[in-house]
Every structure is written in C-alpha cells, then in structure tokens.
Design a protein around this ligand. Structure first.
Ligand code: ADP
Ligand code: MG
Length: 267
C-alpha cells in the first residue's frame, strides 16, 4: 500500500509520519518512508541524522543510475523502518514533481519500490502546483494533517481538491484527517460537516512530541526508556490500525474558497 501524508508547513507531518511508520512496523509490516519535502528532515526522528538525499546522490554519480546501490540511498531507521529523502530541486528553480519522479524511478531500478507492505510519502504543505501533487499519482490513500485553525484547514481543502482531481484517473482515496497539536476540534468539525471525510485521530499538543524532534527520536524509541509515554504511541498505533484496515475513504468534494472563509471565520 502507498500512503501520502500532506498538510500545511510545520503542522507535524514528519513527526506524525515517522511515528505512524514505526507503528506500522510494530504491526509486522515492511515499511519505507520517503521524505518528499525539500526540507529533507522527514526521516530525522527515525535515523537520528540528516541522511543524504536522492537528488544529491544522483548528482554525485552524474545521474548514472547503474552506479547507485540501495545502501547509498536507503537508510535503516528505528524499528526497522527504511528511510529515503528525495531532496528538493534547486531553490527557486526546477520542479518538486520531477524530484519525486526521479526518486520513484530509482527505487524501481533498485527493485525496491514494490518490496514494501507500506510506502509512506511525507510530502508538503500547500499543493501549489501539479509537481507537489506528484506523490498522489503513486498513492492508494492520502491522509491530511491539520490543526483546529483556519490556515491548516484551508490547506487541507486544497489538498482535498487535489485528491478529487487525481481520483478521476486513479484509484486514490482520502483516508481522512489527523488533527494534530490541538485538543479543540470545533473548526475541524465545521469543516468536515461541509466537506465530509473521516477523522482518524486527534492528537493534543504534547510536550514530549515537541521534544522528540530535538532528540531525533520517535515516541516509540523514547517510550523504551520512559514507559509513561506509551499512551502517546497508542495514538499512532490507532492511526496505523485504521490504515491497515484498508478504509473505504472518500473522494472529497472540496469547498469553494469563499465558503471556507465564511464557514471558518467569525465575520
Ligand atoms: P512538518 O513536517 O509538517 O513541517 P514537523 O513534523 O517537522 O512538521 O513538526 C513541527 C514541529 O512541531 C516539531 O518541532 C514537532 O516536534 C512539533 N510537533 C508535532 N506534533 C506535535 C504535537 N502533537 N505536540 C507537540 N509538538 C508537536
Ligand atoms: Mg516535514
């Protein structure tokens, strides 16, 4: 199964992705996480360091795919999760979609792309152009991370529109929303009333999750020495279990921008 994780910048996509990947591995699945954000820190809490990107490796080898070995680009992370960072195009030039395309092409050449039970693409904030929607071309499901605020829900709605668009030609479904860093969900509930889609989980702001980023560890790794954190892991295990149950998901009918403004604002 291929799963893309989208959401506004800084909302917690990478943190959530890493912990979902470990949760899926805990359920016995062979998992690959592919960071598709030029920020290339998607897999940091899995490996504890910034691994070389595919684009850097391709450049180093002058785009001779035959000179690249799996161990040049696939790194082992915590819990047995395999990690890849696609990297980004040169800032202000090039195309993010091209980078994702090259990454998938290389993984296929290395016979790695179909080797996994789950491939998780950790993508980007706003889907500003077709390039950023490229991972959806390879995905069965999309999951959106959001908080209970206007900006993240506005981005979620644009991602929903991309899923609707791609689903015309491709069996892609929106598995649902994950609320993150919020215990309130009134705006999330308003949004899903207008644009029906499942809510997989609502994760509150948890100081130990913030700290996990600095420590370069997933919550599962931190819980090994501090069992009081197991309750946090349960949130991620719950998301993993719902994904593994192959939810029906939805093809969303995104709301017009103006409707969103009046729906989610006080004026
Ligand atoms: P993104 O990948 O969407 O840009 P990150 O996963 O890098 O976002 O998260 C941004 C910051 O928010 C990180 O410092 C992370 O530790 C923190 N964070 C994410 N989720 C939570 C949460 N539920 N509680 C507290 N901090 C969180
Ligand atoms: Mg990220």
């Amino acid at each position: 199964m291929k799963l893309s994780v989208y959401g506004k910048g800084g909302i917690g996509k990478s943190t959530t992705s890493c912990n979902i990947s470990v949760a899926l591995a805990r359920r016995g699945k062979k998992v690959l996480q592919i960071g598709c954000d030029p920020k290339h820190d998607s897999t940091f809490t899995l490996t504890g360091f910034l691994i070389p990107t595919i684009i850097d490796t391709l450049q180093e080898k002058d785009y001779h795919y035959e000179d690249i070995w799996p161990e040049d680009v696939i790194y082992k992370g915590f819990g047995g999760v395999d990690c890849v960072e696609a990297g980004g195009p040169p800032a202000g030039a090039g195309c993010g979609g091209y980078v994702v395309g090259e990454t998938v092409k290389l993984l296929k050449e290395l016979n790695a792309f179909d080797e996994y039970d789950v491939i998780l693409f950790d993508v980007l904030g706003d889907v500003v152009c077709g390039g950023f929607a490229a991972p959806l071309n390879y995905s069965d499901y999309c999951t959106i991370i959001t908080d209970n605020g206007f900006d993240a829900l506005f981005a979620a709605n644009r991602i929903a529109a991309s899923v609707r668009e791609k689903a015309r030609t491709h069996p892609l479904r929106l598995a649902g929303l994950v609320g993150n860093r919020t215990s309130k969900r009134d705006l999330i509930d308003k949004y899903i009333e207008a644009v029906p889609m499942p809510v997989l989980e609502i994760l509150p702001l948890i100081e130990d999750i913030r700290v996990s980023r600095v420590k370069g560890k997933t919550l599962f790794e931190m819980a090994q020495s501090d069992p009081s954190l197991e309750y946090v892991c349960d949130y991620y295990l719950n998301i993993a279990d719902q994904i593994l149950a192959l939810p029906e998901g939805v093809v969303p009918q995104d709301a017009p921008d103006r409707d969103l403004f009046s729906l989610l604002s006080d004026f």
